[in-house]
Design a protein around this ligand. Sequence first.
Ligand code: ADP
Ligand code: MG
Length: 412
Amino acid sequence: MSTVVEKQNILVQKFGGTSLSTPEARVHVLRHIKRELAEQVKLVIVVSAMGRSGDPYATDTLLESTVLNGSIPSPRERDLLMGCGEMISAVTLSGILNSEGIASIVLTGAQAGFITDDNFGNARILAVRPDRVSRELDSGKVVIVTGFQGQSEAGDLTTLGRGGSDTSATALGAALHADMVDIYTDVNGILTADPRIVEDAKPLAYVSYNEICNMAHQGAKVIHPRAVEIAMQAQVPVRVRSTFADTEGTLVTQSERFADTPTGVVDRLVTGIAYVNNVTQITVGQQEGVEHLQLKVFQAMAENSISVDFINVTPFGAVYTVFDSEAERALAVLEEMGLQPTGLSGCAKVSVIGGGINGVPGIMARIVAALTGQNIPILQSADSNTTIWVLVKKEDMVQAVRALHSQFQLHL
Ligand code: ADP
Ligand code: MG
């Protein structure tokens, strides 16, 4: 039995980088804010830094600018710099609201109550104490919160890592018992595949927390998986939608709630296709005289903090992937142990995700047929209840994603 928490008539809106990057985009942002205020909701707005890498105030640009000058700040100071992008966005937005006569206040992550550990650059949220946010909302203001940041118990500014503003938004939504968290971005919701790769990818009206969590973990970067996990724990519904349109986008909720959908049920075999680029496949074959080879390999990876994925262990050895950026180090560690690993760099992991694939005969045959039909070699494969993964060469990735998308007719 879950306890029913009374809703507070609070809406959290999160605007991503491209939604804030130009004056034209900010006109759309203002439109969404005004529409919701007309509905008498209390509004909390979480902002990302403006634009993407290369844009003047984007987080990556801020980082590169210091590196270019030859100086390398320590992690604590680096976080101070990384937190600046969101502050610039937040102040810009508050200026816009001022000129529209809409009362607002900007709160930093710390002021909004985000307490984190002190793992600078990738801090974990320990607690959210949004008392100040609630007070400002009660006084009738729109509260603008700088996403992606928090404060350690010692009082230092920390940042939450990639996708951190999504996490800020859902964590705040959870702490405030918000009715809804709207993630505004540059696409029409969650699609059956990345629209940059699959032209006829289709927006999904409903997905369950589990489905999108899986998709996000497998590389669909439209929302960060941590953000979904937090929303799921608190059962806060999330909508992923476009800043540049008035469509409702994708509602992310528990699958039980699908009973409320127009058709009463969402029963699909495959939800979507996702991909992760730039991984290296490492193969370590069983060697004469080496005992517990598999154990030694994975212990060595763990001791060197190299994260491993796509693991197949067999009596003949072990095959797994690491990010290209860590491959050289991983191979060196194995060689130092007297093993003879081989590395195949420039691979991509392509995933077919769907709650309906569990035990359905013929799915793997369709995947293999789709890829062999395009002459794409499958380097490795694995499956779980909800996902089937294949490893392909990076140059085959786009074609593989498209072939699988059309094999499962996801454009329909
Ligand atoms: P924001 O700056 O708003 O956080 P992101 O770049 O983080 O935006 O996320 C939006 C992008 O996610 C889209 O432009 C799209 O290319 C990409 N994307 C990847 N997979 C999917 C998917 N399955 N559905 C929608 N978008 C996806
Ligand atoms: Mg994002």
